[in-house]
Design a binder for this molecule. Structure first.
Ligand code: URA
Ligand code: CA
Length: 433
């Protein structure tokens, strides 16, 4: 086989076989196929698209390019959840203990954040003593005992994807549905999940800005997952404003605690119940989505969800007393109010801009090496559809510095205030299964 012939084949719109895709991914991972040939192929794939079989084969070739996590020592159906990214998305922190309270095993590998705000691992580290590094034996034992453990990424998962993603980034080939879908799904499958619940975001703060594109990506990932023998569903949810009120690491832990106690923000609670009920159903801990949802509400109401959060924190060395005394979480030295400069209704909150503002305060990383400030961030006081009068507080900035003019201006600018009450976006647009 010669790479040049395979590039020509795809350029001409023909279908690559499993053997051909394996040859390409193996050769590229091992450095035998150079970047310039892989770039040409990526561009051909971008224009010619891929069949479902090609997508599954590409995904599995990337899975097999590196280590695969073996979760077979953990009892039950391991359901993973993945979000395509958003601002102030606290769902993983809530869902892990929430579904574990119904005996769904959560063996989660999570990342650190880059840009916007931290990842789940960063958020957990704002709990004093919390250990995000566990060897696989300790990890498996914890999940079997408590049904939940979360660790940082380790090992050499999907090196082919790492290399290809970096190449796509500089060859204008990131924005291709089959390439994005196989990239995301390869990582989920390599992490050992039996079943996968995807949260595909749409709206100004999302990777996929419009609904049609989000739906196409969701469908692509669901076909790959099911084609690879993993029960997969996707929820398409709104990211036209940040989720919940809190954006920032310790601030989001506090928000997760509130939500697990039953008094979290309405949108965040609703999305967690939706994603959670699909997780519980796929794990076969309920006979229907509706039953799963009822059970989740019950464990929030009867306190089992928040108890599970305490157990989870303590089992990984963290100080579980933060659950009842959230003031023990890192807090910033200063707070500043951002006020409305006119009367009207909030019609838009540019999620990405709020994320960048939080990042400028130190909540997110500018580079992989930067240290983040766990205490800082933004708490929204108004969301889309709320009525405001000039002088009302739109958001509160939590900062360890006093020079926050630029951040304040960014948050001001992120809010659109108009005379007429806007139509509200649905929180969940669709479920693809
Ligand atoms: N996120 C990924 O992991 N891969 C992509 O290709 C795009 C977004
Ligand atoms: Ca939030």
């Amino acid at each position: 086989m010669r790479m040049v012939d395979l590039i020509a084949k795809k350029r001409d719109g023909k279908t690559l076989s499993k053997e051909e895709i394996d040859f390409i991914i193996k050769g590229y991972t091992e450095g035998e196929i150079p970047d310039y040939q892989m770039s040409a192929l990526a561009m051909a794939l971008y224009f010619q698209d891929m069949t479902t079989d090609e997508r599954v084969n590409l995904t599995m070739a990337m899975v097999e390019s590196g280590d695969q996590i073996d979760l077979s020592g953990i009892e039950g159906i391991k359901v993973d959840k993945h979000s395509t990214g958003g601002v102030g998305d606290t769902t993983t922190l809530i869902l892990a203990p929430l579904v574990a309270a119904l005996d769904v095993p959560v063996a989660k590998m999570s990342g650190r954040g880059l840009g916007h705000t931290g990842g789940t691992i960063d958020k957990l580290e704002s709990i004093s003593g919390f250990q995000v590094e566990l060897d696989s034996q300790a990890f498996n034992q914890l999940v079997n005992k408590n049904k939940v453990a979360v660790v940082g990424q380790s090992g050499n998962l999907t090196p082919a994807d790492k290399k290809l993603y970096a190449l796509r980034d500089v060859t204008a080939t990131v924005n291709s549905v089959p390439l994005i879908a196989s990239s995301i799904m390869s990582k989920k499958i390599a992490s050992g999940a039996d079943a996968i619940v995807l949260d595909v975001k749409t709206g100004s703060g999302a990777f996929m800005k419009d609904l049609a594109a989000a739906r196409e990506l969701a469908q692509a990932m669901v076909s790959i997952g099911n084609g690879a023998g993993r029960d997969t569903i996707a929820v398409i949810s709104d990211m036209s404003q940040p989720l919940g009120f809190a954006i920032g690491n310790a601030l989001e832990v506090k928000e997760a605690i509130d939500t697990l106690k039953g008094h979290g923000p309405a949108d965040l609670t609703e999305l967690c119940l939706t994603l959670g009920s699909h997780m519980v159903y796929l794990a076969k801990k309920a006979h229907s989505i509706e039953e799963a949802r009822e059970k989740l509400k019950q464990v929030i109401d009867n306190g089992q969800a928040i108890e599970k959060f305490k157990t989870f924190i303590a089992a990984q060395g963290g100080d579980a007393s933060v659950v009842d005394q959230p003031n023990k979480l890192p807090t910033s030295r200063y707070t500043f109010e951002v006020k409305a400069d006119q009367d009207g209704y909030v019609t838009d909150i540019a999620a990405e801009e709020v994320g960048v503002a939080a990042s400028m305060l130190g909540a997110g990383r500018m580079t992989k090496e930067s240290e983040i400030d766990l205490a800082v961030g933004v708490i929204l006081q108004k969301k889309i559809g709320d009525r405001v009068q000039a002088g009302d507080i739109l958001a509160i900035i939590h900062s360890n510095h006093t020079g926050i003019n630029e951040v304040e201006a960014k948050i001001q600018a992120a809010y659109s205030i108009e005379k007429d009450k806007p139509e509200l976006h649905p929180l969940v647009y669709d479920v693809i299964s």
